[in-house]
Write a protein of this length. Sequence first.
Length: 94
Amino acid sequence: MRFVVISRLTDQGAETLKDKPERVKVVNKELENYGVKVLEQYVVFGDFDFLSIVEVEDVGKFLKALVDLNSRGSVRTTTYLAIPVDQALNALKS
């Protein structure tokens, strides 16, 4: 399954990013321990700071990863299930 994760840094997270920009890649590696693979990741301007497209093996483990990530106090996330259009159309036809 794929999800879109939109992340907003807290003040603490922005300070960490300023001091240790490589921390983003470290967190991506940590997510792999939960079976989450970051497929694409973008810095965005506006209400949010990052947009990530991830692939997930197990939704329960993904939930744990998001709770762990958000509990650190450096980021807040909003997550959306992403369904490829062709897959959605096939589901609607069946």
